[in-house]
Write a protein that binds this ligand. Sequence first.
Ligand code: PLP
Length: 489
Amino acid sequence: MIFSSLEFNNNDPIYLQIENYIKYMIKNNMVVTDAKLPSSRDLSKILGVSRNSVIVAYENLEADGIVYTIKGRGTFVSKSKEDYKNGWNLSWDNMINSYGRLAEELDIVKTEIPWEKGMISFKSISPDGALFDIDEFKKSFLNRISLEEDKILNYGYAQGYKPLIDYLLEYMKQKGVSVENKDIIITNGFTEGLEMILDTFCKSGDKILCENPTHNTSIKIMKVLGLDIIGVKMNQDGIDIEELENKLKNNKIKFGYLIPSYHNPTGIVMKAEKRQRVYNLFRKYNIPIIEDGFNEELLYNSTHISPLSSIDKGGNGVIYISSFSKILFPGLRVGWILADKRIIDVLESVKRCKNIHTSFLDQGILYEYLNSGAFDKNVKRIRKVYREKYDFALNCINKYIKPDFIWGEGALHIYIGIEGVKSRELLKECYKKNVIFTPGDIFSVDNSCENTLRIGLTRLNLEQIEEGIRIIGEKVKELRERIRFNEDK
Ligand SMILES: Cc1ncc(COP(=O)(O)O)c(C=O)c1O
């Protein structure tokens, strides 16, 4: 209460002392612009003075423009003319540390061409909002909040919402993964899960092996944590086994990070036999695997291939991270880590250090939605839509671009390579025609992949897909002709 420190002296008139006190509080930002002052009746009671003294003080302040009155509503603090003068100005830019600088430098949202209205953008692989199952999700919200009431809005547990954890343990079993001696922690999406593992187990300079190219955000996390990234090249069928063994043998590697299903950016689904070989190699060199299962549920072509974690029956060498970002709603920010109990135990404390816990309301609604069976139905539905887009886009790419290679089995994007054409140059040309995509170097750990690009399909309709790919094809043709012309000179 701002008036609690007002002490009257015996010299000045009461109204003047009230007036000066309010001026002082406003000048020192103790009351904000548009804050309501007590009514003259209330303030006279609070201060034990006549109502008339308060009325005179308010009238004088209003005459000076310091407060304003709205009839029937009361007296309010005006916007001060002094507000923005004499502020305390620090040079924050000089104070940013190397983590902040690197995070900003690697932030493609700030550095790459942004989406603009009217553009055909193949950049995004986030789900199509039109496919969101809003009605069922609303029901889940109402059911869960009616059941849990205030409890779900209070602080919860760092490990996560118990019914959701139990559901996911069962879900992982259905994927063929043994959960014996393992547990789950709920995270803010895959991204927090990966960051927590690396932050908890690695120190700056440690080596992380991954597919090259790989998920751009994972590269960024590794870089800002000061980790040394060892990339292994990819072929049509995924990671190159020979190079993998070489790098595992000759480097002191802390972790391997792999995306076995619908790899981002290539879309490759590692075959079952190859999964076994990859697992055997990591096991041979005693290097734990972080498995990213983010898109596993899409299952376009292949019947379900069990995750790498399922090979590790009764073992603890594979840490599995996934999320509902691509198969449901990215805005939920709910992901999970399935790993050895000791890992989850330490991550629980780490989570408390970072952000206490992932929103219990979000976890509760999600659990209700999963448990109601709506999730399974929805996954079947979105699979069909994305499949249709993928097949359509594939035909268009073969017709208009005729790339040197097309990798992957689908998912939310298509990865293509065009010999001799730099995707950055191609992007510049396409941008002039209002078409953008993601150049392959963004996913590279060593500035390679310059002749490749990722075409994200989720947000576009078939008409836009065809028109966008036609334009890319046109520009590829022009660039190829330009190259040929220069070679002939
Ligand atoms: C390889 C990979 N893993 C995980 C994710 C999902 O991350 P999050 O759950 O933090 O949104 C993505 C999203 O693009 C991805 O490409």
